[in-house]
Write a protein that binds this ligand. Structure first.
Ligand SMILES: Nc1nc2c(ncn2[C@@H]2O[C@H](COP(=O)(O)OP(=O)(O)OP(=O)(O)O)[C@@H](O)[C@H]2O)c(=O)[nH]1
Length: 351
């Protein structure tokens, strides 16, 4: 029998779209203190934005072959087909990692993933060191995914069958309740008073015994983060998601949300693109938009990140010689997303 202390520890990082999971992973890879880390990245679409952002940011810690992308939908729905085989493949390696970090998509429910660690082949050799939930303090204080009571009351009046909270509110609570540690991130974007209010609200909703730290740009103590030592798969009490509570663990759907990616071979310029993105976000139900842009004549690619109404863009690295220079964006929002109208809007920036 394999002793508990020889199991590979796995840190699960979850949290809503744009909360700062990839930013935390970057920090973690840069400060892993000599640990070799395998990284499982779960995100939307065929563009691989997170992997591209993380590539090369901690080569000693996480080599290219140790970065595994699961882009086939939310990880919680593909546990048997994608996640378990990936973990088994990691276990089959002769050079096993010291630690595994799983970054879920922003729409994933962590519960099915945590339970997967009770599959016999996995449980014998891996343990969940801890579930870390990132929370975007700015989004929460702006009420962006908290249940909007007025809107909800209106919806309820129109639909008597509506017995649950908003999809965003539910997902937020499911991710909170699954946590061993909550990182209240983006503290730089809110006032001390707003932060205190947001923290109080989280403390009301989180499970007893959950830790909470505040952070800006995911700057937390990596040693503590990678050594929570919880064994979360054996401590499932109280982590039940809304879906599990309401449907007894039947498979869930993500049809409240939609995502698509689009490619523009050439664009007019930075301002035109940012204006088109701003307009698309202002007029459609877009929660998250991210990707890279090729500006005419620029040797570097422009990274673009939008979380709610906040859009940022910066040159992150030069284009590589063998890379297609194009603008590629992933758009994620509440269903139904008017893909045609959003595409048309973004194409206003096309040259
Ligand atoms: N001002 C500020 N920006 C932050 C902070 N943390 C992350 N960001 C920015 O927020 C945006 C989204 O961050 P990510 O780390 O990509 O978020 P994520 O949770 O991985 O996003 P998804 O995987 O798409 O769900 C990026 O532009 C980050 O630079 C923070 O603490 N403060």
């Amino acid at each position: 029998m394999i002793a508990q202390n020889t199991k590979i520890p796995v840190t699960v990082i979850t949290g809503f779209l744009g909360a700062g999971k990839t930013t935390l992973v970057r920090h973690l890879l840069a400060n892993a203190g000599g640990k070799r880390i395998a990284l499982i990245i779960n995100e939307f679409g065929d563009i691989g934005v997170d992997k591209s952002i993380l590539a090369g940011c901690g080569d000693e810690t996480c080599r290219e072959e140790d970065m595994i992308e699961l882009a086939n939908g939310c990880i919680c729905c593909t546990v048997a087909d994608d996640f378990i085989p990936t973990m088994k493949a990691l276990l089959a390696r002769t050079d096993r990692p010291d630690h595994i970090v799983v970054e879920t998509s922003g729409l994933a429910l962590p519960q099915p993933l945590i339970r997967a660690f009770n599959w016999p082949e996995i449980k014998a050799e891996m343990t969940v060191d801890g579930v870390v939930t990132m929370v975007d303090a700015a989004a929460l204080s702006e009420g962006r995914f908290a249940s909007n009571e007025a809107a909800l009351a209106e919806q309820r009046a129109a639909d008597e069958m509506l017995d649950h909270e908003t999809p965003l509110g539910e997902l937020f609570e499911d991710q909170l309740i699954a946590a061993d540690l909550i990182i209240l991130n983006k503290t730089d974007l809110v006032s001390p008073e707003a932060l205190a209010g947001v923290e109080a609200r989280i403390r009301e909703e989180m499970r007893q015994g959950t830790g909470l730290v505040r952070a800006a740009n995911g700057q937390v103590d990596v040693k503590a983060l990678l050594g929570l030592g919880i064994g979360s798969e054996s401590d499932l009490e109280g982590r039940q998601s809304h879906h599990e509570a309401e449907h007894g663990g039947e498979t869930h759907e993500h049809d409240d949300f939609d995502s698509f990616s689009l490619h523009l071979p050439s664009i007019k310029g930075r301002d035109a693109l940012l204006e088109a993105i701003g307009t698309a976000i202002g007029t459609h139900d877009i929660l998250r938009l991210k990707g890279f842009a090729a500006l005419p004549g620029s040797p570097s690619r422009l990274a673009i990140q939008a979380v709610g109404p906040r859009v940022t863009a910066w040159f992150d690295r030069p284009w590589e010689a063998d890379e297609a220079r194009e603008t590629a964006l992933v758009v994620i929002g509440q269903s139904p997303l008017d893909r045609i109208a959003i595409t048309r809007c973004l194409e206003q920036a096309a040259a």
